[in-house]
Design a protein around this ligand. Structure first.
Ligand code: PXG
Length: 291
């Protein structure tokens, strides 16, 4: 397969030449932020929302991204164009940049910016048809007063521990609990449950990533006359739900069939889930930035 073109620090280069320093604090300390974005038929889905979140993540870690959002938007579009892509996953990363060894970010004058594309890593069709099997993970989320889970930082080890736990248990995903035992989200997706026609998802203040797919699904559900509540939920609400699904850039809207060995609802994707999958797919090619 031919090499893709990667954007790094102001240049478009073949992927083999896209390298960062071993002294980059993104590598040394996970000091940096990122976004996972999707291109659907030439449309960068909710591009502005992803960039707003990227810049907010940077602001929260006291890092200034040295280019404007308009310039960043153009880099995302140009990376897709140069690779001749119409459908792709796009990863945008901004690290603290190279510096001296030691935690201080003040010795890292120039952030590293890179953007690459990748083949989609969607679940196989059967999971969208039948639903995922998930467990509650053993590793709880750190609390927001330690580090805000709203920051999409390069330190994803808490989520990775959850993923290891899920995969080692032979299932596809894991639900992550707060220290108090509330269900927060999955390892890289937000979670929704439906009961008696009402959709419920944990509120952002509980300590979750404010997912762009989550926000889109809330809007689509409300536009369809479905009541949506952002309320704390426990495992009980998940186990006794009529429907459960996850949302995320990579997964889109994916039904959940089994949680901790409990069959959810009828054991197949319910009407709200199916409707929102359809509604979501319909906006992926229109809502965003045309490259
Ligand atoms: N929660 C967490 C912790 C996430 O990391 C989501 C929810 C869903 O947010 P969006 O904005 O995507 O609807 C995420 C997103 C990857 C990958 O490479 C991970 C995410 C997004 C894209 C790719 O595994 N996480």
């Amino acid at each position: 397969m031919s090499q893709q073109v990667v954007y790094i620090d102001g240049q478009f280069v073949p992927e083999a030449e896209a390298k960062i320093s071993v002294f980059d604090h993104g590598v040394l300390y996970g000091d940096g932020v990122f976004e996972g974005i999707r291109l659907y038929d030439g449309n960068i889905f909710r591009c502005r929302e992803h960039l707003d979140r990227l810049y907010d993540s940077a602001q929260a870690i006291a890092m200034k991204i040295p280019i404007s959002k308009a310039e960043f938007e153009e880099i995302l579009a140009e990376t897709c164009r140069r690779n001749g892509l119409r459908d792709s996953y796009i990863r945008a990363v901004v690290t603290r940049g190279p510096g001296t060894v030691g935690l201080s970010p003040f010795k890292c004058p120039v952030p590293t910016i890179f953007v690459f594309t990748a083949q989609l890593r969607l679940y196989p069709d059967e999971y969208y048809r039948d639903g995922l099997t998930v467990i509650t993970t053993a590793h709880r989320r750190y609390s927001s007063d330690s580090f805000s889970p709203r920051i999409k930082s390069l330190n994803y080890l808490n989520n990775i521990m959850g993923k290891i736990n899920a995969v080692n248990s032979g299932v596809q995903e894991g639900l992550v609990l707060s220290r108090e035992g509330y269900v927060l989200e999955a390892t890289a997706d937000n979670v929704f449950v439906a009961r008696h026609g009402i959709l419920v998802t944990p509120p952002v203040y509980m300590g979750i990533l404010k997912g762009i797919t989550r926000d889109a699904v809330i809007e689509l559900a409300r536009a369809d006359g479905i009541e949506v509540r952002e309320e704390p939920i426990t495992q009980y609400e998940v186990y006794t739900a009529d429907e459960c699904f996850l949302t995320g850039t990579a997964a889109e809207v994916v039904p959940v069939r089994v949680v901790d060995s409990r069959l959810i609802g009828e054991g197949r994707p319910g009407p709200i889930t199916l409707r929102l999958i359809e509604r979501f797919r319909a906006i992926t090619t229109t809502d965003g930035l045309k490259i």
